[in-house]
Design a protein. Structure first.
Length: 353
């Protein structure tokens, strides 16, 4: 597994084609707007180094038998699912932000089982491709961004019926060695801090949508990919001198980017679905199940910090004993613990595919 410092150094070797405020960002790692989100992602490596969190932050790979970061683990039991939720709550408490590695983990588990069933039905080799790729991910402890959301268009029309074919990412050319894809994935919260992107369809597909039923992985700095950093209301405060007072969560934070694919080449051995429309919905649903489970951890961890901050604000304002303030804090705590209970409950009731 990588250490936190090794992880940050590894990102310096990427050549991301990122634009912010209309200009190309030459140094993504040290960019003051991006860096807080990098720090959040780096916490997933830092806590895995801490012996007191070893049980939550690491697991034994079913692919290699080696110790791996739990964010690269393929769940094997309900115990794995419960530890995943507890790990996510811990990281939410530590960062009070999105630590961005959950989508890639949830995508991997969805693709792992879906490719197995696709191969059984269609005689393809997608599962073999994915196992080889994910073994490399585990051995190198790479960060992987999961990309599902397309920019979409008319929600009443299927991808192949849109006025603009690029509103959903799709195959534009097939060759003996692989495919070329064009389109975009929106709202990508972990992309800038990841080594690879794992792409999935965004909705169920039907006959005629074969070019849109595509899943694959590629390096985040692959040729043909352009990134546009999304704006947040107070992001420029991070660039200002003496910004400790009103920048909010100064050390940790988040970002999102629009990822534009312009004839990006994907070799055959990195393709996990390619035209099998009947399995696009399975991949989407399995990802959604895992990711909703994740919210029982990460959002609750952030909620813990928000509740504590709210209580502190009440103390500082002299209103901590006011009944309406106490009632609101109690309600926040009740909602937060209910969400956590739902995450643990669904984990404990999980069944093997």
């Amino acid at each position: 597994m990588m250490t936190k410092d090794q992880y940050i150094d590894s990102l310096r070797g990427l050549h991301l084609n990122l634009y912010s405020f209309g200009k190309k960002v030459e140094n993504v790692v040290d960019n003051p707007i991006v860096r807080p989100s990098l720090n959040s992602f780096a916490a997933t490596y830092e806590l895995a180094e801490d012996p007191q969190y070893e049980d939550l932050m690491t697991a034994t790979s079913n692919l290699t038998g080696k110790k791996v970061n739990r964010f690269t683990h393929l769940h094997q039991s309900t115990d794995d699912l419960i530890k995943k939720v507890k790990m996510q709550r811990l990281l939410g408490q530590k960062t009070a932000a999105c630590f961005q590695r959950c989508v890639g983990m949830d995508a991997a588990n969805a693709v792992y089982s879906t490719t197995f069933e696709t191969d059984e039905a269609c005689g393809t080799k997608y599962h073999e491709n994915f196992v080889k790729f994910w073994t490399d991910v585990q051995n190198n402890d790479w960060g992987v961004d999961g990309a599902m959301t397309d920019v979409k268009g008319d929600r009443g029309l299927s991808p192949s019926k849109q006025a603009d074919p690029d509103l959903f990412l799709h195959v534009v050319e097939r060759t003996a060695d692989g495919v070329y894809v064009t389109g975009a994935k929106a709202h990508q919260t972990g992309y800038l801090n990841s080594h690879y992107v794992l792409v999935m369809p965004t909705i169920s597909m039907r006959e005629g949508d074969e070019d849109y039923a595509i899943s694959f992985a590629c390096p985040t700095d692959a040729e043909g990919i352009t990134l546009i950093l999304g704006r947040q209301s107070c992001d420029t405060r991070k660039t200002e001198e003496h910004n400790d007072i009103d920048v909010g969560n100064k050390v940790y934070g988040g970002h999102e980017v629009l990822v534009i694919f312009d004839r990006v080449f994907i070799p055959n051995d990195m393709i996990f679905l390619n035209g099998e429309t009947q399995f696009a919905g399975m991949m989407v649903e399995r990802f959604a199940g895992y990711h909703r489970q994740s919210y029982g951890g990460c959002k609750v961890g952030v909620g813990d910090v928000l509740i504590g901050a709210t209580a502190l604000a009440g103390e500082m304002a002299g209103s901590a004993k006011a009944s309406h303030v106490k009632d609101k804090l109690i309600e926040m705590t009740h909602l937060n613990e209910t969400l956590y209970c739902c995450g643990i409950a669904c984990s404990s009731q999980g069944t093997k595919t």
